[in-house]
Ligand binder design. Structure first.
Ligand code: DGT
Ligand code: CA
Ligand code: CA
Ligand code: ZN
Length: 619
């Protein structure tokens, strides 16, 4: 996770140097370093600790120094200086697709535009055209880019905020003043995008905690700081809220700020009917009408019944006896409910299910037995078959499927029949050498001597625009597992795309549909497709649907994965990893599946391979 932060630091330096009009050789060096670090298969912190930074291609002493500084402080003084030279709004402009550093430099120097809003106003007024190299067409493209950015804006892909949030929590956790601290809000619920980050801490010295928080190295600006709460802007422009409470209020506050708001509103209503009252400051027993002396008690109950009133009350207002809450489980117990995991707290039926004792027994990362969609350097992956296999084995998986692209994806060096057959031989040889099962779908169980790990021969076969597959049935029939995916022709009509995918599912060799909507969170909308029909067709043909766990995909989304489950379609969670480190992204897929209410039984790869094989169409 650190690698991405260091890469982002170098990319920002490159961007700012480009705006400055600095030496293009230098700019390219930073850009190349950013790319290299993103693609590095090792943790950059480990490389630095072992004093091997200079071994990375393109990293000289100057860059190595900045990496060390970045790892220690979360930023580097060179970047900080550059930031001070330019308005922060210029980087915002760079997020518009089609706007590069040269354009930003031009509108900044020639028109003195300092923010995205000013760029938009100038483009609308036709003030951009006429600048060197900017015609009316470019101006229109910039406006369209701004529109697109604004639609997605305000929300950040969850994966890009998680490392930042975790690092801030860790830094707060080690402070002596801090009793407890946790991540709350939509990130704790593992929503695929987040509006802002919410942290909750407890301490007897809230003022000190607030002060330390606003001085964390990740913080670029403070938007507000009071006695018990603060808001800051952190690197990447992400807003972060912190609340600090007395230790005895920690769990009610954690629960309140985890949300969702809709879930909390329902719980407050339930509490009211039980003579309780719940808010961010605690859980209280509301004095019953008969308990007190007439009119006074009745008035007290009245205010407790006001659905909005409960929210903004100060700690003591309207409070009866304060109940002890030492965990979130405690809180739910007072309300007569079992613990509801954060991923379910969306008011999508979880409270009714909890009441009825029918909460799902959610899938857990440790239930996952294998990964059925990974790539190697045979196509566009970065590691060899053996390296991917060892990584799968090291994770304790029972099986890992090598599923490279097929020939129509020429840019990804997709495999044709001949190369795929060669690859199948290599996979069989790997299994033979390591005591795994036969690669070619044979019946032999894991051979003696090995740990039972089995490498599977698979493919991610391309679904061509007309619904045919990129490889003939004779080849597909020899594979252990076949995922079919759409990688081209995204602009087909909804009917065409739906028909295209359904046709692929009718092939008896297609076991699963990969990333069924093609979305890239924050970057590319899903293609037009009728997922209800796709799910029905999956059900009719016995095809699995994938949750692609890559955190910029999470495709199926939680919503449709739950529809699949309800329709009786099994879901397979795959990382689509192109290097061994990205096998770790299974975690994101599992949490997305939990948001979809999936239990181990709904998930193909929560089962041993011999069992999965029996579920395949051709079995
Ligand atoms: P986000 O930031 O849009 O991804 O979504 P959340 O759920 O993190 O929302 P946020 O940051 O506005 O608030 C965090 C939690 O605090 C939210 O899930 C529930 C609680 N909360 C915030 N404002 C209110 C409110 O006005 N009423 C209630 N009942 N709860 C609130
Ligand atoms: Ca939030
Ligand atoms: Ca918030
Ligand atoms: Zn794919």
């Amino acid at each position: 996770m650190k690698n991405a932060a260091i890469a982002a630091m170098f990319q920002e330096i490159a961007d700012l140097l480009a705006i400055k009009g600095d030496d293009s050789f230098k700019i390219r060096a930073y850009e190349r370093a950013a790319r290299t670090i993103v693609e590095l298969t090792e943790d950059i912190a480990t490389v630095a600790a072992e004093d091997r930074l200079r071994d990375i291609p393109g990293i000289g002493e100057a860059l190595a120094g900045k990496i060390r500084e970045g790892l220690e402080t979360g930023s580097c003084s060179f970047l900080e200086e550059l930031r001070r030279e330019f308005p922060a709004g210029l980087l915002e402009m760079l997020q518009v697709s089609g706007v590069g550093a040269r354009t930003v430099a031009r509108v900044y120097h020639d028109l003195h535009l300092q923010s995205l809003a000013e760029l938009e106003a100038a483009a609308r007024a036709g003030r951009l055209q006429g600048l060197p190299k900017i015609g009316p067409k470019t101006e229109q493209n910039i406006l369209a880019g701004i529109e697109r950015l604004k639609r997605s804006q305000g929300r950040i892909p969850m994966w890009s905020a998680l490392p930042l949030a975790q690092s801030m929590v860790e830094r707060l956790r080690i402070l002596p003043e801090v009793d407890q601290v946790e991540l709350a809000g939509s990130l704790r619920r593992w929503k695929d995008t987040v509006g802002d980050l919410d942290l909750v801490a407890s301490s007897k010295e809230p003022g000190r905690v607030i002060q330390e928080f606003t001085r964390l190295p990740e913080v670029t600006a403070v938007t507000g700081a009071g006695e018990t709460k603060a808001g800051v802007i952190a690197v990447g422009g992400i807003h972060v809220d912190l609340r600090v409470l007395p230790p005895e209020d920690f769990f009610t506050a954690l629960h309140h700020f985890t949300g969702s708001k809709e879930h909390n509103v329902r719980l407050r209503g339930r509490a009211r009917h039980m003579g309780l009252k719940i808010n961010e400051y605690g859980l209280f027993r509301v004095p019953a009408a008969g308990d007190g002396a007439g009119a006074g008690a009745a008035a007290g109950e009245g205010s407790g019944d006001d659905p909005r009133g409960a929210e903004d009350n100060a700690p003591s207002a309207g409070a009866g006896e304060k109940l002890k809450v030492e965990s979130e489980e405690d809180l739910y117990r007072w309300l007569g409910l079992p613990f509801i995991p954060p991923e379910l707290r969306e008011d999508r039926g979880e409270i009714e299910a909890a009441e009825a004792g029918r909460l799902p027994g959610l899938l857990d990362l440790k239930d996952i037995r294998g990964d059925l969609h990974t790539h190697t350097d045979w196509s566009d992956g970065r590691a060899t078959i053996a390296v991917m296999a060892e990584a799968g084995r090291a994770r304790g998986y029972d099986y890992l499927a090598i599923a490279d692209h097929t020939k129509s994806l020429a840019f990804a060096r997709g495999l044709d029949e001949t190369r795929l057959r060669q690859q199948m031989e290599d996979i069989a040889a790997y299994n033979k050498a390591h005591g795994g099962g036969t690669g070619g779908g044979g019946d032999t169980p894991a051979g003696g001597g090995g740990d039972g790990f089995r490498l599977l021969a698979a493919t991610e076969v391309d679904i061509l625009p007309d619904g045919r597959l990129d490889l003939p049935d004779e080849v597909l029939s020899g594979l252990d597992f076949v995922t079919a995916s759409v990688h081209s022709g995204f602009r087909q009509t909804r009917e065409q795309m739906t028909e295209r995918v359904c046709q692929a599912m009718k092939n008896p060799h297609v076991d699963s549909i990969g990333h069924p909507t093609g979305r890239l969170i924050g970057r590319r909308e899903p293609y037009e497709i009728d997922l209800e029909k796709v799910i029905a067709c999956a059900r009719a043909t016995g095809t699995f649907l994938e949750i692609n766990a890559s955190p910029d995909r999470l495709d199926l989304s939680d919503h449709y994965a739950r529809e699949a489950k309800e329709a009786g379609v099994k879901v397979v969670i795959n990382t689509d990893a192109h290097d061994p480190r990205r096998l770790d992204e299974m975690l994101f897929g599992v949490h997305n599946a939990r948001r979809a209410w999936l239990e181990p039984n709904d998930v193909v790869n929560a089962h041993p391979w011999e069992e999965v094989r029996r579920w395949l169409k051709k079995a």
